[in-house]
Design a protein around this ligand. Structure first.
Ligand code: GLN
Length: 311
């Protein structure tokens, strides 16, 4: 069994923390710019309920792009893959997460995958419910079930801060509408409201590791024995985590680390080591592609030391 003690993890955190000085906290969402660049914490959640951790794991982080895998799982459960993949593709782009370029150069095309912003906006628009509030509450309830924590909520300041500045995401929506890849009657402001709340859902590393664990165990919460996500949906989500989960660094990440993972601009990373355990990381200093710089280093050390690559 890999990594048996908090002390082993602490040593890895100490080693990885050195590179936080080479990263930068995201500030295009002004509220995220308040994070402390040298923070680094990790939690590992095993199927038998044991948790290991290092760093300040009480600290809460907003999910940002990590939420895209979870909304994808919910929408796949709501509508089934055939319907969902009529509206969003399955291929990595090699472009930054917020890029519009493929939508234009390949127009008319559906967004290439559900983990870039264009694809995630289409997926969020597919969450079922009669109002923004009902749709958000369904997503939140799903996340509360995955974490077994009914207190999980979203951080209003972060949602508002992104809502006020999400010009690029609005542009993606209007571009998709123009090319009939998003329904003509889509209310972009309502979609922004839902999407920015989704991205602002906050939790600590332990909760994040617990969601990673459910994906690692093919959709089953090993602690309750309940199949929360159908096996097939968990498999699709994990595959996207490998091919697109770390933006346009996913190929290098697969080669060097080989763990299905999803990052967010707040500096979070959720990892799912198939059949073994879930990982939650928080390190807000980002590299030039928008991934937690020390978080990646930490995963690289973990993967090498404990031979975790799935390939
Ligand atoms: N809320 C962010 C955005 O849409 C999420 C992006 C990310 O985490 N990469 O810009």
């Amino acid at each position: 069994m890999p990594c048996q003690s908090n002390n082993e993890l602490k040593a890895l955190v100490k080693e990885a923390k050195i590179c936080t000085k080479d990263g930068k906290v995201a500030d295009y969402i002004p509220e995220l710019g308040k994070a402390k660049p040298d923070d680094l914490s990790i939690a590992i959640h095993y199927p038998d309920g044991r948790c290991l951790s290092a760093g300040d794991i009480e600290k809460k982080i907003t999910l940002q792009s990590i939420s895209k895998v979870i909304s994808l799982a919910l929408v796949l459960m709501d509508r089934g893959p055939d319907d969902v993949f009529k509206h969003v593709g399955m291929e990595p782009t090699g472009d930054p997460f917020n890029s519009i370029v493929k939508l234009e150069t390949m127009a008319p095309t559906k967004p290439l995958n559900p983990l870039i912003n264009a694809g995630a906006l289409v997926v969020t628009q597919m969450i079922k419910g009669d109002s923004v509030n009902e749709r958000f509450q369904r997503l939140l309830a799903f996340i509360q079930e995955l974490t077994n924590d009914s207190t999980i909520h979203y951080r209003e300041e972060v949602a508002r801060s992104e809502f006020e500045t999400a010009h690029l995401n609005r542009a993606l929506c209007y571009f998709l509408k123009q090319h009939k890849m998003m329904a003509e009657n889509t209310d972009v402001e309502q979609l922004m409201d839902l999407y920015t709340k989704q991205c602002a859902i906050e939790m600590n590393c332990l909760d994040l590791a617990r969601i990673g664990l459910v994906f690692a165990m093919d959709g089953v919460d090993p602690l309750s024995g309940k199949q929360i996500i159908p096996t097939d949906v968990a498999r699709i989500c994990k595959t996207f985590m490998v091919t697109c989960g770390m933006y346009n660094a996913s190929g290098e990440f697969a080669i060097k680390i080989g763990i299905p993972a999803k990052s967010g601009v707040s500096g979070g990373i959720m990892g799912a080591v198939p059949g073994k355990f879930g990982i939650g990381i928080f390190g807000p200093a980002l590299d030039e592609k928008g991934n937690s710089i020390a978080g990646i280093k930490l995963l690289e050390l973990l993967s090498k030391n404990y031979k975790l690559s799935m390939f």
